[in-house]
Design a protein around this ligand. Structure first.
Ligand SMILES: Cc1cc2nc3c(=O)[nH]c(=O)nc-3n(C[C@H](O)[C@H](O)[C@H](O)COP(=O)(O)OP(=O)(O)OC[C@H]3O[C@@H](n4cnc5c(N)ncnc54)[C@H](O)[C@@H]3O)c2cc1C
Length: 262
């Protein structure tokens, strides 16, 4: 695999490298030790466009390819791993919307996400569903023109400071095997019934919050143009593991894409 970048892309990575040397490394130790959320660094990352790295240019991002993005993240991680957690989680949600979202969703979410004003979070894991994604129990029950989401999501990176959450829920409990009948909904912070119930103390990877989000009758429109991003209908395996799920929804769209609503 050729991992070299063209001169323009290499210059971007070099700029991030210098940014990390200048802005991140001098403060990383204290931020990590004191478990401090890096508000100032977030503003600086916003200023250099990191939150829009892979967002298409048409929606206000830089439209970098994934190889360039990986090398940017490599630099951020070199300075402080927690920054990579904040940015990666956000970028995954933006990538999901860019890949699967409707035009309406792209226009609504991607520009504010590219700017870093609103950051994304991923709500997949639950108390009894980590690697084994198909064990999730969060229910999305159709109620007229809406779905009602009920359940709890654990270990949500960006759960406190993020604003746009991609939430995996079970829309159909009758389907078998159980990896079927799941969909991803976009839920914005501030939606009634969505609460951050607690954050978790960690041994390392500090400064970035890991939270529990509780959903109590959270009402999201069923219309595809609103909140429903993807309905997971077909997957290549008979089971679904976390490490497979994220690449699948983000990188291999054609294999799982089915946006029909029943
Ligand atoms: C700091 C932090 C941030 C996180 N952020 C998020 C987030 O933003 N959003 C989110 O949804 N989740 C998040 N998670 C949850 C994370 O995705 C899960 O921890 C992960 O999927 C593993 O699940 P688990 O912890 O339940 O471990 P388990 O699935 O119980 O796994 C325990 C051990 O068993 C092994 N194992 C599991 N299945 C198999 C198998 N079939 N064969 C062999 N070995 C196996 C695993 O490798 C592991 O060593 C976060 C977790 C942490 C710690």
């Amino acid at each position: 695999m050729n991992t070299s970048l063209d001169a323009d892309r290499q210059a971007v990575v070099e700029e991030v490298r210098r940014f990390v040397d200048r802005e991140v490394i001098p403060v990383a130790h204290d931020l990590e030790k004191n478990d401090t959320y890096p508000f100032e660094l977030i503003d600086k990352l916003r200023a250099i466009g990191i939150f829009g790295a892979t967002v298409p240019e048409a929606y206000g991002g830089s439209g970098f390819d994934l190889l360039t993005y990986v090398q940017i993240i490599e630099q951020l991680s070199r300075g402080w791993m927690s920054l990579a957690g904040i940015v990666n989680t956000h970028i995954l949600v933006a990538y999901m919307i860019a890949t699967y979202g409707t035009e309406n969703q792209r226009q609504r979410y991607l520009p504010v996400m590219a700017e870093g004003d609103k950051r994304g979070g991923i709500c997949i894991s639950e108390a009894n569903a980590g690697s084994d994604v198909q064990a999730i129990t969060m229910a999305a029950v159709r109620d007229g023109d809406n779905y009602l989401l009920n359940g709890s999501k654990l270990w949500v990176t960006n759960g406190v400071h993020g604003s746009i959450f991609a939430v995996l829920a079970r829309t159909n409990t009758a389907l078998h095997p159980p990896y079927r009948g799941m969909s991803v909904f976009l839920v914005e912070k501030g939606t009634p019934g969505l609460d951050v119930s607690r954050t978790f103390e960690k041994l390392g990877y500090k400064g970035v919050e890991t939270a529990e989000l509780v959903f109590t009758d959270v009402r999201v429109p069923a219309a595809l143009s609103k909140n429903l991003v993807i309905k997971v209908l077909r997957l290549p395996n008979s089971y679904l593991l976390m490490y497979e799920f994220l690449p699948l929804i983000c990188l291999e769209a054609p294999k799982v894409k089915d946006l029909s609503i029943s």
